[in-house]
Design a protein around this ligand. Structure first.
Ligand code: SF4
Length: 670
């Protein structure tokens, strides 16, 4: 038996891998101590055995020896750098990579390639919540409290999260409190809720403003908390004057009495939490939307109290750790800012290079993909643990940009849609074939231990990076535990300080919360109890204003599209679409539409429906359901199609694309 964690989502359920790759849940990991796993977790062993595994490097589709592929890529990279400069090469990472890989990738980009052009698909995940948390609290740690605290609360408000489908064991932590769900669909989570608010897509920000307006009007603000622990409330109070509830009802479609019911429940609760998920965050105004929910939480006196708070429900397996250690365009390890001279000195010292040799901030994920192959943009792309042809917005445009590159290199364990376009594909280890740390949605650093040997011919992403680095004149470590020791030194003194965490401690303590600045430090499950990570220790109210979605419906595109997940699949589906029981459970993409809209469009259940936006077209099977609003259709994004339609309009702060709302036309395919 080997103790490890699930290969998929940010809950990182504990699991054991036994003889015959039998999976069973662990009961010593708080996220799923009840012994729960979802169907993805139970079937994870099949990831290791399914017949579509890549085991040989491919050069222009032909199998080659490892040295041949590494030599080819290194020579091409050197030539492209010589012709176009260091930023001619770009690196794109993933929120599923271990901390060791994310750290090494960031170092490789800045030291071996000298490029500023590195970002990762986590930008598409929680970057709006991260940006808003930093503004308010001075620090971004998804949930700044253990997940088990939720069960003790009286009320939990979940804005734009469908945990009953995306991470079902999470629901067991919600069995105690009254749950309020904000979602345009009556999702599985909404069906479990005490109260469901169903706003028009793209109007969560107005809803949060209206709720805070009501809290102030009904004298529900925790004035003592606001005075003692926050700054900026008066400015926010003034900025809310025009967001009277009836106006908000007109914009959102949520009745005033429902808003008031939610606010009063939160205010009356002894302990309460406000959580946000992708539904509220994946918008061109996602950062402001999260700021508005944090403002509501602060006004009600929730953050920084034991038993109450604000948190973001991170999605990808290492979405949290992935953004802490340097694969984001503007960050260095330890959640340091790349344009901070002291941060550059510290990290450059650990890396043994002059600080002024480190590049500055690069393009954000979508901007990077959009620039590929353009004049002044990168000519080569190294892709680790991501499948942007399926998962990026305006995916057809992204595929065109990728096709215009001089060199595309991917590291993958199956032939994903993006790997199929690559000049070189390196077959790499996955999950149970390697060891490494993951940081889950609570900020708890966990250890995934190697349980099985990788197939012959397969190497780690770390070997690929070291092999390329060596050919470019640099020595990179490949042993995860040694890389983690270097990461600890690089993170020391940063916001996400891992310096007191070791593999031994993680195994013995079933995970350690960062910040953990010394070997004897217990870790920090609830970092804001005494003060926030701002210069004055107070949380900051941030005044924000609602505005419409970047693309509203019109005569040509009269229906809103919202995208999301289903229980059986994960992210772009590259893994889960190859697992037989998961394919059986959810075999194909679908378009969910309301019976009234279906009747109006003469669409019946099972019809093939064509959905078009200004960016492209997708087809899927019709599902008729009154769980969706009449003005909206829903498509899951695990298959090709949904992201051909989505809008790459970016949030000005987080650079998050507007995945959750765009305007489409819906027709029965003749
Ligand atoms: S996918 Fe998420 S919820 Fe499901 S078993 Fe894995 S970690 Fe747990």
């Amino acid at each position: 038996m080997t103790n490890t964690h699930c290969p998929y989502c940010a809950l990182q359920c504990g699991m054991e891998i036994g003889p015959g790759l039998a999976i069973s849940p662990r009961t010593d990991i708080p996220a799923n101590a009840s012994g729960a796993l979802c169907q993805k977790g139970w079937t994870a062993g099949e990831l290791l055995t399914n017949g579509e595994r890549l085991t040989t490097p491919l050069l222009h589709g032909e199998p080659v020896e490892w040295d041949v592929a590494l030599d080819y890529v290194a020579e091409r990279l050197a030539a492209i750098r010589a012709e176009h400069g260091p930023d001619g090469v770009a690196v794109f990472g993933g929120g599923g990579l271990t901390n060791e890989k994310a750290y090494t990738l960031g170092k490789f980009a800045r030291v071996a390639l000298g490029t500023s052009q590195i970002d990762y698909n986590g930008r598409f995940c929680m970057s709006s919540a991260a940006a808003a948390s930093i503004k308010a609290f001075g620090m971004d740690r998804g949930m700044p409290f253990p997940i088990t605290d939720l069960a003790e609360a009286d009320v939990v408000l979940l804005a734009g999260g469908n945990v009953a489908e995306t991470m079902p064991p999470f629901v067991r932590h919600l069995s105690g409190p009254r749950v309020i769900v904000i979602d345009p669909r009556r999702t599985q989570t909404a069906k479990l809720a005490w109260l469901h608010l169903q706003p028009t897509p793209g109007t969560d920000l107005a809803l949060a403003l209206g709720m805070l307006h009501l809290a102030i009007a009904d004298e529900l603000v925790d004035e003592a908390y606001v005075a003692a622990r926050t700054t900026g409330f008066e400015e926010v109070r003034t900025s809310l004057a025009s967001w009277w509830p009836e106006r908000v009802e007109r914009i959102t479609g949520v009745p005033v009495y429902r808003m008031r019911q939610a606010v009063r429940a939160l205010a009356a609760a002894g302990n309460a939490y406000i959580l946000t998920g992708r539904g509220a965050e994946q918008h061109a105004k996602g950062t402001d939307t999260v700021s508005a929910f944090i403002n509501l939480a602060l006004a009600l006196g929730l953050p920084g109290r034991h038993g109450s708070g604000y948190g973001c429900v991170t999605g990808q397996g290492n979405g949290q750790g992935g953004r802490e250690h340097g694969q984001k365009a503007d960050q260095l390890p330890g959640y340091r800012k790349i344009d901070d001279p002291a941060a550059r000195e510290h990290v450059a010292g650990v890396w043994g290079v002059p600080a002024d040799s480190l590049p500055g901030p690069g393009r954000s994920a979508y901007e990077l993909l959009d620039a590929l192959g353009t004049p002044g943009g990168p000519r080569a792309l190294l892709l680790f643990g991501s499948n942007p042809v399926i998962s990026a917005p305006a995916a057809e445009h992204v595929a065109e940009r990728i096709a215009s590159l001089d060199l595309l290199v991917t590291c993958d364990f199956v032939m994903s849609e993006t790997a199929a376009l690559a000049d070189v594909v390196f077959p790499v280890t996955q999950w149970a074939e390697e060891s490494g740390t993951m940081t889950n949605l609570e900020g708890r650093v966990l250890l995934r231990s190697q349980a099985v040997a990788p197939p012959e011919g397969v190497r780690s992403d770390l070997d690929v990076i070291a092999g390329l680095a060596e050919r470019l004149g640099h020595r990179f470590e490949t042993e995860p535990v040694k890389i983690f020791d270097e990461l600890r030194r690089a993170s020391k003194g940063g916001l996400a300080d891992y310096s007191g965490i070791t593999y031994e401690r993680i195994a013995a303590e079933k995970g350690v919360f960062w910040p953990c600045p010394e070997p004897g430090h217990p870790g920090t499950p609830r970092p804001f109890l005494d003060s926030f990570a701002t210069p004055d220790g107070r949380a900051r109210f941030v005044p924000v204003q609602h505005r419409p979605a970047a693309e509203e419906t019109d005569e040509d595109y009269p229906v809103y599209l919202s995208t999301g997940r289903v229980l059986a699949h994960y992210q772009s589906g590259a893994q889960t679409r190859r697992i037989a029981p998961l394919v059986q459970a959810a075999p194909e993409p679908f378009v969910e539409l309301h019976p009234d809209l279906a009747e109006q469009l003469d669409i019946s259940p099972g019809d093939i429906v064509r959905v078009s936006s200004r960016r492209g077209e997708g087809k899927a099977v019709a599902r008729i359901s009154d769980a969706i609003r009449r003005d909206t259709v829903f498509m899951p994004f695990h298959w090709e199609g949904a992201n051909r339609l989505t809008n790459p309009a970016l949030d000005p702060t987080s650079r998050m694309p507007e995945f959750k709302v765009c305007a489409v036309r819906v027709e029965r395919d003749s």
